[in-house]
Design a protein around this ligand. Sequence first.
Ligand SMILES: Cc1cc2nc3c(=O)[nH]c(=O)nc-3n(C[C@H](O)[C@H](O)[C@H](O)COP(=O)(O)O)c2cc1C
Ligand SMILES: O=C(O)C(=O)c1ccccc1
Length: 425
Amino acid sequence: MDGAGAGRRRQNEVYRAGVFGRSPSVPVGIRRLQERAERALDARAYAYVAGGAGDEVTQRANRAAFDKWAVVPRVLRDASARDTSVELFGRRLPAPLLLGPVGALELVHPEADVAVARAAAATGVPMVFSNQGSASMEDCAAVMGDAPRWFQLYWSTSDELVESLVRRAEAAGCDALVVTLDTTMLGWRPRDLDLGHLPFALGKGIAQYTSDPVFRRLVEERAAAPGPEQAQPRPTPAAVKALVSMARAWPGSFRDNLRSPLPRAAVETFLSIYSRPSISWDDLAWLRSRTRLPILLKGVLHPDDARRALDEGMDGLVVSTHGGRQVDRSIAALDALPEVLGAVAGRVPVLLDSGIRSGADVFTAVALGATAVLLGRPFAWGLALAGEQGVRQVVEDVVGEFDLTLGLTGHTAVDQLSPDILRRV
Ligand SMILES: Cc1cc2nc3c(=O)[nH]c(=O)nc-3n(C[C@H](O)[C@H](O)[C@H](O)COP(=O)(O)O)c2cc1C
Ligand SMILES: O=C(O)C(=O)c1ccccc1
């Protein structure tokens, strides 16, 4: 779908549906949407998506930060014809909105990333493929036509794997790379820890690895040359699940694979490879020299880091707290945005996520100066309840409310928004 005008058409559809009484496939209001998802999901899947780090102070602060801003609408400005589209890295998007990277979505719905990819393509809103996806970027791209998509990278300990992922993202038609920097280690997440859940989530987010030629070669090398025989501890149920998903990822009979050293080698390789906590600024030049795609850094909250990112030739930032899942008591994303914008001074796009729940939230973030925002948990709730259609409706609802808010505050285009329309309350 073309970007310009798409938002408008969609909003008309939303209205028509409402006026003629077609009931939505998932609740329109975010609270009921999440309540319904909580009832539909098993306790561990719900805890995994809903939960945050520590006492979830940052997760709440991400929402409270929006409540500290109020919109002061303007009247009598003819807002009859509106355009919600924005241009980002040379491409026109239907709204300042993307679907953020969310890993292990198979916990929520069997069609996982592929259902999200179809919904993204249907709405024209870009999908950011997660490095920890439950489906490979190639399988997602295959259902998207030439609709926009980006790839999110977790920096592996293997440069070879990083390079392979980048080449695959280019070949899969991705328009940008998002390097997530706030999750070199998974945060302290009591809900998951209490349910003994983490290895299980990791096991559902391995498709980018098991579909990767470099990863597969490393696993086969490890399986062929096992280290000295060690007494293996009795695997936990979660570890058994991880072994089973790894065994499924290789060709050949599942039973034979499960008996072979492959699954264990795959899990060991994955655990030793998937993250590199030693990553530092010096590593960025290496990535910069290996791709012409725009590179954005996700998880930047400090203005000095924003300045450094520009010095390193980065093309954009995503101000994010990872949805409050990483550092409890970290500053809320929206509270960090103004200083980051000050440091960037308009030189590159600055995106934001963490706490976006509605079109009114998109409006506030964009009015404060964000170029676009990423949606996270809300589309996962839509996916949980109604698969592709649920994601699609959540996206259409957010864009529809954004369009209405734009018009009802006296604007006809996104570039008219500025902090003038907001007051601190
Ligand atoms: C279940 C779940 C899985 C996530 N997985 C990833 C991931 O694989 N990569 C990544 O960069 N961010 C990941 N995130 C963070 C999101 O991209 C985004 O920053 C966050 O969801 C924004 O917060 P919000 O959902 O509360 O708005 C994940 C978030 C959730 C809720
Ligand atoms: O849960 C997350 O927030 C996340 O980023 C992740 C990391 C590893 C596997 C799956 C998701």
